[in-house]
Design a protein around this ligand. Sequence first.
Ligand code: HEC
Length: 295
Amino acid sequence: MINRNKSSLLNIILILIAICGSICLPAPAFSQSNIGIEFKDKGRIVNTLSLSDIAIVAPAVSLKIFEIHEKKEHIYKAYSAKALFDKTFGKDWEKAGEIVFISMDGYQASIPVTKFLSHDAYFAFAHDDGSPFTMTNVLQNNEVVQLGPLYLIWDNIKSKILLEDGASDMPYQVKSIELTEFATRFPNLAPPATASAEVQRGFLHFRKYCMACHMINGEGGNKAPELNYPTSVIEYIKPEYLTRWIENPSSIRYNTLMPGLAQEIPNRAKVTKEIVAYLLAMSTTKRSPKRQDIR
Ligand code: HEC
């Protein structure tokens, strides 16, 4: 008797929680077109624009790209990145060193300004056919991901260089865009100045292919584990497994969300070796993360 009363009370509580869950919880922020996208210059906010504000300052185009996340061609509705940067930062954005894109899921792509000067980038805000703005990410164990509010894409169909870059410079869910200098924004990621040329090359690869998801000494993306502090992956993963993990993580962990180093990258084995050399150098260059870096 007592038991039955208890279980019916429990049922009522569960029903109340379920009703409240569907009524009280806010809809995901990225489904709202009025969310403010922050434009920063060296940490200072210079503009906050909603998608409707952006529609007024930049003309929309339909652009067909090779969608690297899905391994097929796809058409997006998008705004020219150069036009948007001109309007929000002024022409001087071209003199900055780096642009950092922060995504809602913790991804943090850091892309050299020179790439934007030599290739055409766009911010996609919708599929051309009007379907919901999501994608099945083949590189991420077929996870269905939201793309909005903005998704950085490249006019890559005719560009071998862009196709070889893989998907790392294609952040989706972009909510903040910041002009900065790499060395001052991420001082703890750099290997010692005395490090070998191999380590320095590994550092450049790490910046391009890894730091959007991972931190080193508290700096980088927040989508995956910190790799160096307080204990480096060099210290707890056997060398042959570390190499295998970078190139083919799902051969080690079933259903892992980490994509392997892109197949398209030229000299992939050498790139992996240089990344491991960088991680080895950083394992003896631990710097305590500053609190504000952990987001
Ligand atoms: C798109 C995001 C993403 C990128 C890019 C990425 N990783 Fe990962 N990585 C992950 C995720 C997620 C995990 C956790 C996976 C799991 O536990 O299944 C992970 C795990 C790891 C681990 C294991 C850490 C541990 O303690 O278990 C190592 C080592 C690693 N990544 C290295 C790298 C390196 C080196 C690169 C660049 C070549 C890289 N990752 C690029 C998302 C990423």
